[in-house]
Design a protein around this ligand. Structure first.
Ligand SMILES: [Zn+2]
Ligand SMILES: [Zn+2]
Length: 172
């Protein structure tokens, strides 16, 4: 019988990523990412404006609109989407604030599935595994293909529940 009631490592590090995400000031999306080598935490980051520059809570979100092809029940529709482009994504901040040598062979836990740009950067950063929780369907196909080509383990944590105090509504 397993009497170890501690959280497994996946849950442990994803919980930390969610805690980190609460630092984000963007009202549209709170994303947290952590760098893990073995079982050691080597860095944390969230999405935000560059240091010293007004963030979304001060200056409001910087909204960009674009059109996206959405396939639902085999039917294609074009949907207008808004996203905030004020922030540096959590994954990119994580790369800016960690050392290459620490990233070699390490794992990134991130609350949300990386977008195409972040995935591309992660693929070139030395990391060997990406674990995410919330899906980001827009880029899933090209991101998972690229991760496969690159030989990076790319997996969604299923059956995971974030700590309740870290949850916020995500505007689509
Ligand atoms: Zn914002
Ligand atoms: Zn991104």
């Amino acid at each position: 019988m397993n009497t170890d009631r501690r959280k497994d490592w996946d849950t442990y590090f994803m919980d930390i990523a969610y805690m980190v995400s609460t630092r984000s000031q963007c009202s549209r999306r709170h994303v947290g990412a952590v760098l893990v080598q073995g079982k050691k935490l080597l860095g944390t980051a969230y999405n935000g404006a560059p240091m010293g520059v007004p963030d979304c809570s001060e200056a409001g979100c910087m909204i960009a609109e674009d059109y996206e092809l959405v396939v639902q029940d085999g039917k294609e529709t074009v949907v207008k989407k808004q996203r905030c482009i004020r922030t540096i994504h959590a994954e990119q901040n994580l790369l800016l604030f960690t050392d290459r040598i620490d990233r070699e062979g390490s794992t990134v836990y991130v609350t949300d599935e990386p977008c195409w740009t972040c995935a591309n950067m992660l693929a070139n950063s030395g990391i060997v595994e990406v674990v995410f929780h919330r899906p980001y369907p827009k880029d899933t196909e090209k991101v998972s293909n690229m991760m496969k080509q690159k030989g990076i383990l790319f997996r969604q944590l299923s059956g995971y529940e974030p700590p309740r105090e870290t949850m916020m509504a995500v505007k689509e």
